[in-house]
Design a protein around this ligand. Sequence first.
Ligand SMILES: [Zn+2]
Ligand SMILES: [Zn+2]
Length: 395
Amino acid sequence: MRALTFHGTKDVRVETVDDPEIVNSRDAIIKVTSTAICGSDLHLYDGVIPAVQTGDILGHEFMGEVVEVGADSTLEKGQRVVVPFTISCGGCFHCKIEQFSCCENSNPAEKQDLSATLYGHPMAGLFGYSHLTGGYSGGQAEYVRVPFSDVGPIAVPDHLEDDKVLFLSDILPTGWMGAENAEIQPDDTVAVWGCGPVGLFAIQSAIVMGASKVIAIDHYPHRLELAKQMGAETIDFRHTDVREALMEMSGGIGVDAVIDAVGMEAHGFAVDNLLDIAKQTVGIGADRAKALKQAILAVRPGGRVSIPGVYGGMTDKFPLGALMEKGLQVRTGQTHVQRYLGDLLSKIEDGTLDTTFLISHRLPLEEAATGYKNFREKQDSWTKVVLKPGMETTQ
Ligand SMILES: [Zn+2]
Ligand SMILES: [Zn+2]
């Protein structure tokens, strides 16, 4: 089959590789019909995630048709399914209390040492996201093996086209959980840092949850425009003092809740230091947490801080004093995707949520490398790239 593979920093290629096979009885094989490039794929592309190997197949946002099932899969051949980026066993302590992204069984034992050293506990398995998270082949391919297929994938009705449901795999539930973690109450004023896909969906979710005012902060004009179209007020941080503006927009009190949808960005993971800690348990690199620091200073005393943005390492000069003295509440984490799928699918079906506005480009899988390059370099206009394995090439 054809698949997008990693070959080094800013070097991804579509190549012919072996077809996936059923390995365990709960596996299924999915023929991919749509797969998206995620902002966090750019961390892989930029070479800042440890334990990515040459030839690894990337991609964790995908959907398609079930073409093969193991004896214990609950899926049926021919079903159309969206697959969560988190791999969860369904039976461990964490899965049972719906903390799916903390699954203890999905990251194979021999892969767990690095994340266990970094975080005190190993990470769960994720598709297409390095050997830190299990080394699973991703979905930017014609076919993909889905482990624990009786737990993760959700069947979608035929009348909902791929573009409408694909983002259930990651960014829609991630934006939704980002808003849920901010514990939004009716009449709240909420500020969201970052108008990338997750930030925009967090804005949309906050509005659906009843926030009376949502303020979006970014510096890309097109992304701010999308936030505005969704009903947010906007701040361009290049031209405006963010904290001052937020004080003014919240009647001099500060916003009730803040959502950091920026995360470490590509610059701060300091991979050399991460590898050092794995080898020697010594120092660790600094995440660039400017947005988060600003958010903590801008939120009102007693307010809530939600962090859907991804961080990997440690950060310097963190305003711990502000966190304590202001009595803030912080919630974060990789998304427990499976927890949200049913509810969010209903909201797509009844029209409460429409995420198709985000897609700026649709490309054949064969042009995935172009997709990565432009998504990386033209962030303002390439808001989201969807790859279609069956699509005719444009070049
Ligand atoms: Zn993603
Ligand atoms: Zn589990």
